[in-house]
Design a protein around this ligand. Sequence first.
Ligand SMILES: [Zn+2]
Length: 577
Amino acid sequence: MLDDFMVVEYLFADLVLLDGDVITVDSGERIAEAVAVKDGKIIGVGSSEEIKRLIGATTKVIALAGRAVLPGLTDAHVHMIQGGTRDLDPDKLDCRDFYYPEIRSIADVVAKIRAHSNRIPQGEWIEVIGSPMQDYRFKERRFPTRRDLDEAAPEHPAFMSFGAHITVVNSLGLRRARITGETPDPVAGIIVKDDAGEPTGMLREKAQNLVTNLTSPGGEHVIRDAIERGVTIPSIHSYGFEDLKRGIRSAVQRCLERGVTTVHDIVTSPEELRAYQEVLLEGDLKMRILLLVRAYESKIRADSLLNVGLGTGFGNDWLKIGGIKLSIDGGMTGCNAAFYEPYCHEPWNYGVVRIPQETLDILVERFHRAGDRLCVHAIGDKAFDMILDAYEKTLKKYPRMDHRHRIEHGPSNYLCTPERLRRMKELGIFPVPNINFLYYFGDPLMVTLGEERMMDAFPFKMMMNAGIRFTSGTDAPGYMPIDVLRDIWSCVARKTWSGDTISPEQAVTVMDAIKIFTIDAAYCGFEEAIKGSIEVGKLADLVVLRENPLKIDAERIKDIEVDYTIVNGEIMYQKGS
Ligand SMILES: [Zn+2]
């Protein structure tokens, strides 16, 4: 039998937060003053007076002094292990304008590369990372050419990548890769040439691997072998195990600094899965991860996943399988998402379908029948309809309640016709749009897709009115930081990088925006019973904000400082410490 002292200690909280605005995001949208936490869970929400009674000798107390508390924030579509690992790569020079305010022109890039080249022995490769669609934001309004990079690094072979689809190489780099005016395009790639037939330095899609593979051992052999066999040149660059683990830890830290306590991360190799497992087993995973396992054009094969039988939901509250990821088409940054009408600036280009309908139908059916939840990337309208068709066929044959199959990007970004809205609703599809694309890529999207296709873009209000639940993902951190507060601001302000506004009538209230990244995101992870609101019994994932987003000018929400990020009742991040 417990003695009295033990009973009393048992009732006391480990941590309490007092005297603030606790935005609970419960069904009544209640604002409380205080919250108490014990053993990783929330044990009390109410007035400071009530919660004070749970303070014992060992309870830690955070005096909020009017600050706000939100449920931990979620980004439901990231490439975190990949981006986080690359960000730590000492061989890469970072010239991404979304990260560096001093990079605003090709001249800025040239200067940064030149300074860097002084530290690299002559003849060694210089690898530079840029941002997608940076040509729209450079003062020169174009991509650099081989000549610009020659000016920056005449004695080094050098290349600069702008997202996943475009790489520009300097003259020495082209020579190393033996690319001349006579070199034919490799399979699924383009060597861009000028009017005189000379390579401009720009390589698109798989042609990039002609150069990027040369920095890895054995790269030249892989290139020659693929060309001889007439197949696509595979990318062979990969990171070691310890690098991946360091990448996870560093990216997790960045998330915690912005109050993000859960991400849904897309993994494409067994090494990435194992790196996550090891960080977890070492007791070092400080936030929660749902893995979206890519099972096509991936090092993980659909068959092996299905054979193992470990599907969606397997794992624990820190690390679990959140679904199976497939990608139907390309992306906007490479102008290869599959549309019915061509790109406005490239009237010959309709984009690329990477999974034929027949294969897609089979994959969707197999994973659905195995009990998995699918997360399918569809960026162009042709791809949207392909996935809606595939879901419809499978769900007709094998109805399943509450499948929560997702469409990544999809009609929830643009071209959300009433018909597509109706189909998503009827099929019970959970859309995952990208509100951050409005901010970062809204300006070039207006040019490449055109105003007509961008009408009612990011139709959040429309989807809410139709009763469609959704959350948002970012594709970060490779292109831009993971930062949900910025995304909450975007839902309300709807401003592009240049300051233009896109479909302001689709703006939602700050409270609705908060829900998208908390309770609705939890629902997206099948986790609404344990996460997403500040209620007794739920996991104690909380973020303390310097200011209350419901009270300040909406324009400032993106700049709100995070003072504490608490995961499972533990302070995982504290500003200034
Ligand atoms: Zn993605």
